[in-house]
Design a protein around this ligand. Structure first.
Ligand code: ZN
Length: 226
């Protein structure tokens, strides 16, 4: 894929993770479905999606502003890597990301900066150490050689957000898969509906937790126990 500058002004690139390690979600079509059906958006929020194989998939039209960093979308390009745990991203993904970002950087004559979603939100997205992967300085300028050799970690534990009936998306799908792994019956659709509430409550009851149907730190900790 060779990158061409869109007409709209762009001065920053934001990096994201999909918050899922489920191979069934390693496909921009799945992310697009979540964003269109669950969020009611016109298209997937990201411009690029990078699979674990290193394949780069095109998302939203580059001429359109992304829906990816609440309040910080204008003038940006949004790239999402499939993954949740920092050590589960692949070297191929990092190589593909580095190649793509170097193409973008060259197209803008090194006048744009690269950032993690975490810099403008209280999330740890994109979880991996993107500054090392892309060779960024503290302003987000590409100044060093990339290091795509290892999957460096930042803070994976904070990728477990508080989930309740208003939640949807990859984190909910991850929750549903975890509940299934604990023997509960429900579908993995990324929507926190009645079925998911019931499964959460059953799980909380079985594990001696407060039965409120809200997935916070205690419930996540219990879910993450084998
Ligand atoms: Zn993000």
């Amino acid at each position: 894929m060779s990158f061409e500058r869109p007409e709209r002004p762009v001065d920053r690139v934001f990096l994201h993770c999909s918050a899922s390690d489920n191979p069934a979600h390693d496909d921009i079509a799945v992310i697009r479905r979540w964003h269109v059906q669950s969020n009611g958006w016109s298209d997937v929020g990201y411009h690029f999606f990078i699979r674990k194989s290193g394949r780069v998939e095109a998302g939203r039209n580059l001429e359109h502003t992304p829906a990816a960093q609440g309040g910080h979308n204008r003038g940006t390009i949004a790239i999402c890597l499939h993954g949740l745990k920092a050590d589960q991203f692949s070297t191929r993904q990092f190589r593909a990301l580095s190649t793509l970002c170097r193409e973008i950087n060259a197209a803008y004559e090194h006048q744009l900066t690269f950032h993690g979603h975490c810099e403008v939100s209280n999330k740890t997205c994109p979880v991996f150490d993107y500054r090392t992967v892309l060779g960024l300085d503290s302003d987000g300028l590409m100044v060093r050689a990339p290091d795509t050799s290892r999957p460096p970690a930042t803070a994976p534990e904070a990728t477990y957000p508080i989930l309740r009936t208003t939640s949807s998306g990859p984190a909910v799908a991850h929750l549903q898969q975890s509940l299934k792994n604990h023997g509960l019956k429900l579908s993995v659709d990324g929507l926190f509906g009645r079925e998911t509430v019931e499964a959460v409550k059953k799980f909380q009851h079985k594990n001696g937790l407060v039965v409120d149907g809200i997935v916070g730190a205690m419930t996540w900790a219990a879910l993450n126990r084998p």
